[in-house]
Design a protein around this ligand. Sequence first.
Ligand code: CAA
Length: 293
Amino acid sequence: MTSVASEPTRRTFETIGVIGLGTMGAGIAEVFARNGFAVVGIELTDEAVERGCGHLTHSTGRAVSRGKMSEADQAEILGRISFATDLSALAEADFVVEAVVESLEVKKDLFRRLDDIVKPETILATNTSSLPVTEIATANTRPGRVVGVHFFNPAPVQNLVEIVRTVVTEPAVLADVEGLVGTLGKNPVICGDKAGFIANTLLFGYLNHAASMFESKYATREDIDAAMRFGCGYPMGPLALLDLIGLDTAYEILDTMYKQGRDRLHAPAPVLRQMVSAGLLGRKSGRGFYTYE
Ligand code: CAA
């Protein structure tokens, strides 16, 4: 008699919680809703919910105006997303991802509070770019069911999600999250818990170098960006990309990577700090290396 090894049964996910509806959180909520999931979006205040709704309407509206989505589909996608200002709305969620401010204390506190709210089998995830996933996971009583899921900006467009495992992540959880990311049409890659993960570790040394080159007046912003677009085929130049990411976010990511590795490549270029102090945050504030309408 031959025995047939049975495939492990993958979990199914229906309701997804997204905490924080800024640029990344709203993008992540949109990705799940576009793929048929019921999404519960959480923000701190009604005003922040309103802003999150605005991101979602704007982003899906762009697809409608480009003829990539019908108004009926837009209404259906937006109709799958409900909003709340209280974490208790996540009681039925199967998977919760947070995309709140990049503060270890804020994230740990959030994971502590989620303990009493979500179902025991719910998988929790953080979209952190560079904070230690292990520390966030261990703030919770179920660290084996916590992973990093790192989306890229703009989330509806970029097809990569880094899945970050810690030393205590359960293998079945990792497989379930990999399956979930696949259902979103994104490519999952798996890596360990080290600041920057795969993509940002490789990307941010380059972005930082471009900011230093601009700072030393070696070349104009236009020529730095044109060199990488037309010479290397990048979809946008490094300074335009820093504006898209947000200079405050970029500064925090570099600073965290620098503090963890003491690698000079990631010591933030002084101009980044100065621009952040002056409120020049990139696209989101209307001005960074470039000016936006
Ligand atoms: N939200 C939703 N959709 C968007 C969007 C946004 N903010 N920006 C662009 N799009 C969509 C457009 O609607 C368009 O969709 P269709 O093809 O379906 O019509 C498509 O993206 C292309 O947009 P555009 O034609 O307007 O412009 P483009 O061709 O110049 O592309 C871009 C814009 C997608 C941003 C492209 O330049 C690009 O991929 N840039 C690199 C972005 C990148 O490297 N991201 C990673 C940053 S690092 C990170 O995110 C990690 C971190 O931790 C900070």
